[in-house]
Design a binder for this molecule. Structure first.
Ligand code: BTN
Length: 279
């Protein structure tokens, strides 16, 4: 366990290994905890440890990231003291290719964990944006890496905006980003939110190993903000419009287009989405 004290700790938001691990009670996730004041990216920390044979379930936290990254090479704004930046070393021996069912697991489990902490009805926008009231409160980045001894492993990285940054959101994301504890919603310490998420991840990780992929898809469907919606998916220079009908076990979204065909989309961003109750 590494403990690196930092200047931004608040009495009502303790951010220490003890606060995170208190009564965690997980089987695998949290086998080790490494908490840093700063990092380039917690995914980098997890990858470095994974390459030298780090333990399955090891967690890497940083108070701030200087090069936090999101999907498709985007920057993940990572100011100190107001958010969770977490990466977990998982799936030793992972196969190459798309970590599809695993990324469904992550989105569903995090939405379930956050929702258990208060009036935070978080939903997942395909593929894996955590949304609250139509704005993004969190994101997930799964990366496969190759260990030095030939074995692959997966790093599950996620960021959750718990409070708005003291200096405000950068202009380019101000209209889309949000924090859980904002707009009159009650206070919740980061450690409590993270613990709830880690417990649900641990639960679903065991079920993943038990081969319960169908149950994982159902979990994702339960928290989906996308299914039943009229969507436009952007993948590189390609755009596709239709109704998001379902996901499959690879995490692909099944879109029914105007001509009645079903298209299977494995990567991309849902760009225009009417945020109404799914039908
Ligand atoms: C996205 O929505 O594009 C994914 C964002 C993932 C951000 C998290 S923060 C912790 C971990 N470290 C990173 O550099 N990225 C992930």
């Amino acid at each position: 366990m590494n403990e690196h004290p930092h200047a931004s700790a608040r009495a009502d938001d303790p951010w220490t290994s003890q606060a995170v691990l208190a009564d965690l009670g997980t089987a695998c996730i949290g086998s080790e905890l490494h908490l840093y004041a700063g990092a380039t990216s917690t995914n980098d920390l997890a990858i470095q440890h994974g390459m030298s044979g780090g333990r399955e379930g090891a967690i890497f936290l940083a108070e701030t990231q200087s090069a936090g990254r999101g999907r498709s090479g985007r920057v993940w704004h990572s100011p100190p003291g107001c958010a969770i930046y977490c990466s977990i070393l998982l799936l030793p021996g992972a196969q190459s290719g798309n970590p599809g069912p695993f990324s469904l697991l992550a989105g569903g489990a995090l939405a379930e964990g956050i929702s258990a902490c208060g009036p935070f009805p978080v939903r997942v926008k395909w593929p894996n944006d955590l949304m609250l009231d139509g704005r993004k409160v969190g994101g997930i980045l799964c990366e496969l890496a190759q260990g030095t001894e030939g074995g692959r492993f997966l790093v599950l990285g996620f960021g959750i905006n718990v409070r708005p940054p003291p200096s405000g959101w950068p202009a380019e994301i101000a209209s889309r980003a949000a924090a859980l504890v904002d707009a009159g919603r009650p206070w919740a310490p980061r450690a409590a939110i993270l613990r709830a998420c880690l417990r649900r991840l641990d639960h679903w990780y065991a079920r993943y190993h038990a081969g319960e992929v169908g149950a994982i898809c159902d979990l994702w469907r339960r928290y989906s903000a996308t299914l039943g919606q009229q969507v436009e998916v952007v993948c590189g220079s390609q755009r596709l419009r239709g109704v998001a009908r379902d996901i499959d076990m690879d995490g692909a979204m099944l879109i029914e287009t105007a001509d009645g065909k079903t298209e299977r989309i494995l990567t991309g961003d849902v760009e225009s989405l009417q945020m109404t109750e799914p039908t």
